[in-house]
Design a binder for this molecule. Structure first.
Ligand SMILES: [Zn+2]
Ligand SMILES: [Zn+2]
Length: 105
């Protein structure tokens, strides 16, 4: 079960769009939630906060030649590691939330 904080995180991170598409300059693509594998098992309780927003192509069908779930090793060599992209997503979600609230912290 996802907590309220986890649901908000997943909804906000999906709202900013696929992190890979944005890094490649494709703009905001509709995203689905990918639960990252890195660090899995260390803290099961926070697993719903360890997610990346990925479009269907970069996630499952093969955007730019590789889908995460087809070849996660090659994917991370091309686009960055899960943890690097998670760090970026945390910062981007903070900016997104500030923009909604309408003031910088
Ligand atoms: Zn994408
Ligand atoms: Zn996934």
């Amino acid at each position: 079960m996802a907590t309220r904080v986890e649901k908000q995180w997943m909804s906000d991170s999906a709202a900013i769009g696929c992190v890979v598409c944005r890094n490649l300059g494709y703009g905001r693509s509709p995203a689905e939630i990918h639960h990252i594998k890195a660090g899995c098992g260390i803290s099961q309780r926070s697993s719903n906060l360890k997610t990346l927003p990925l479009c269907h192509a970069h996630h499952r069908t093969g955007g730019d030649g590789v889908a995460f779930h087809a070849n996660s090793k090659l994917w991370q060599e091309k686009f960055g590691t899960e943890l690097e992209l998670l760090d970026q997503t945390v910062i981007d979600v903070e900016k997104f939330r500030e923009s909604i609230i309408g003031r910088a912290v």
